[in-house]
Design a protein. Sequence first.
Length: 403
Amino acid sequence: MTDAYIYDAVRTPRGKSRKGSLVGARPVELAATVLRALRDRNQLDTALIDDVILGCVEPVKEQGGNIARIAALVAEYDQTVPGVQINRFCASGLVATNFAAAQVMSGQADFSVGGGVESMTRVPMGSSSGAWAADPQVASQTRFVPQGISADLLATLYGYSRGDLDALAVRSQDRAIAAQAAGRFDRSLVPVCDQNGVPLLERDEYIRPGTTIDSLAKLKPAFHKLGHDYGFDAVALQRYPQLERIEHLHHAGNSSGIVDGAAAVLVGSREAGERAGLTPRARIRAFADIGSEPTIMLTGPADAAEKALKRAGMAASDVDLWEINEAFAAVVLRFAEVLELDHDRVNVNGGAIALGHPLGATGAMILGTLLDEMERRDLSVGCAALCIGAGMGTATIIERIDA
């Protein structure tokens, strides 16, 4: 089997949804922006690319109609380059990159691009609906609850307090602020410009300086009404009858931010890179996807990481740096607890609580952030993982070439 290498990883800044700088940016243009950046930064003949695979969680309206292929055309890639969009909910961007790697590993591609795009402003969450939430029979059979209820269920089941969750959220903000000030995101960032080439956004704008435990303590739980008034607590307790009640502890400050953005990762074989005059930055050692209990929904990342580690012949102690998507604070706490991780090696530049979570793009974004920081610290092995709606998890292990 052929090894798959990461040659470059780029992303747009994350723009605040609805009131931010990217509200006027069409999703196809966000995706085209990162595709152009891969081409231009690497002086790459796009005719060498065998596929463009983009994750998109709400693939309807402006994001429908196979946005991957259309974005490649808008970016003026060679017309021979096909494209496909995929949806594994919040892990879509990482899964798309893993699919690109699988094409290379199997010998069916020399270069593939993986990544994702989501304009949560222009195509809001839930736009594509679906049987899981919208069909009463399916929802009842699968014990469907909104993800915020799952987060509070997770915190209740494993005994995380409001103080625990808020402390992690403050740490995420502090780390993201420090990383942005030190320019640690700069290598991967590409600005989003208007049709005249004027930058609309050049840096992440969701970060909230001045966030403290005291300021977060003033925020009301976000999912109490869904649980009590709409009956979702009762549904969750049918699955977890050992609990007396669900404590509602998550709020806007310790949950991921709603933002817009896109990301792309160039993956290829060693031979293809040599022919194109490119130097690989990392090798994709292993990746894994798993299914988990769908009501609690958010416990999958640790199992996916363990599955990927087994495939790589590694243990958690072999990993130098971790990126786990901060969908909710409880997700990170549980992930670190299961794998017995020191938080000094987890999300060292902050996460989605501070930076935001552009659904289909986040997986590719955190992979690029991970690689950049591994290079900055001269570390060897990293792992990126995400929780996923309907109870799933995805993880990818990468190893630097020159470490």
